[in-house]
Design a protein around this ligand. Sequence first.
Ligand SMILES: NC(=O)c1ccc[n+]([C@@H]2O[C@H](COP(=O)([O-])OP(=O)(O)OC[C@H]3O[C@@H](n4cnc5c(N)ncnc54)[C@H](OP(=O)(O)O)[C@@H]3O)[C@@H](O)[C@H]2O)c1
Length: 418
Amino acid sequence: MNHSSRQFDLIVFGATSFVGEILCRYLCNQYGTDGEVKWAAAGRSPEKLEKLRSSLGTGASSLPLLTADAGDESSLNSLCEQTRVIVSTVGPYALYGEPLVKVCAATGTDYCDLTGEVQWVERMITRYQGQAGKTGARIVPSCGFDSIPSDMGVWHLQNAARARFGQPCETIRMRVKAMRGGASGGTVASMLNITKEASKSPELRKALANPYLICPQGHGFKTRQHNVTLPEFDPDSKQWAAPFIMAGINTRVVHRSNALSGKAYGENFRYDESMLMGRGTSGRLKATGFVLGLGAFLAGAAIKPARWMMENFILPKPGEGPDPEAQARGFYDIRFYGRTVDGDTIHTKVTGDRDPGYGSTSKILAQAALSLAFDITKEEKGGGFWTTATVFDQRFIERLEKNAGLTFSVLESGKQSS
Ligand SMILES: NC(=O)c1ccc[n+]([C@@H]2O[C@H](COP(=O)([O-])OP(=O)(O)OC[C@H]3O[C@@H](n4cnc5c(N)ncnc54)[C@H](OP(=O)(O)O)[C@@H]3O)[C@@H](O)[C@H]2O)c1
């Protein structure tokens, strides 16, 4: 069926997941169910979908509900034939995600998700890039807190650098200045799954350590990338920094954006991410405490009995996560410090007005799907695996600022006098 004549603009698959439910509520509040955005909610359980629709209030009584199972290609095919874009919140993606990507690639259906599982993204690119290119399916992984603030934040900084200095920055350091939010069962399940897989496979550990893992073959990048794994002093902010847990996916996505854009950030582009923990001795102690805590979590997740204890007694279970008040209290403030090869400097900021993982993620995921459906034509950007910074443009930043509570700003810039 012709892509443009499909019944829906978007279908939320995994609507009954923790994040899917917040996403449906946001779409409902923002666009209604009978308005200009034609959308439907899909999942594997008709009963849970009915319950979700009732919880959205009387305004949602006409929301179409569709049933499909992540493992059943014919049910996924029937979803895809009805929509221009499909948003998937069915995770862990490494366990459940492949059949939908396969069907989207076969049917020319645009796709966005929330994966942070870089090894899975690499596998999907290898298997389905060719077919997506032929059918026109635009596949855009990692459209949540990982990795949109990083990927679009770097894109925004580089545009500002080009406008001021006539060249992009060769080095960018992303620093999480402040952030408040919790984790859901789905996110925890994805993290535990990747740690479990990595503990069994030296090849996977090697792949995860490759900063250019998802760059296209023959990318030619040789620059060694800095990886913040221990407490370290950050000269830009003059604070102590600790590892940022999302850096493993975000940095890979940013390097793919550089590769897909014809090295728009440069052949020797360097990028790292970390979390600021404060100044002086107290900042140093906090950074050290964080590194020790993270080490204990990862060690526990790699050992079967400890993982079982964590899954069953400590961490949130699938379907659980921060409550609406905690989501509303959440926020993030991320800083980017860029430097050109000539020594010009620029400092930018990206902020979000809800907890990063859910309140903010659901809004930015919705806007990514809407931008694919309404802003970016198939003639502008054809089929294949894209990053947000390469498929989207300023229109997406405007959407995020207008409808998703994000801000992108330049704080200061300094030209090196010659
Ligand atoms: N990138 C980011 O910033 C970010 C932020 C948040 C979450 N995430 C990711 O998003 C994903 C969802 O997180 P969550 O906390 O919302 O997860 P969750 O509440 O555990 O939900 C998982 C969903 O998958 C569905 N599912 C499982 N097997 C299925 C199957 N065979 N067919 C159809 N549906 C199936 C479940 O359906 P039922 O409802 O019927 O059980 C449920 O709706 C995770 O992978 C998480 O890591 C990423």
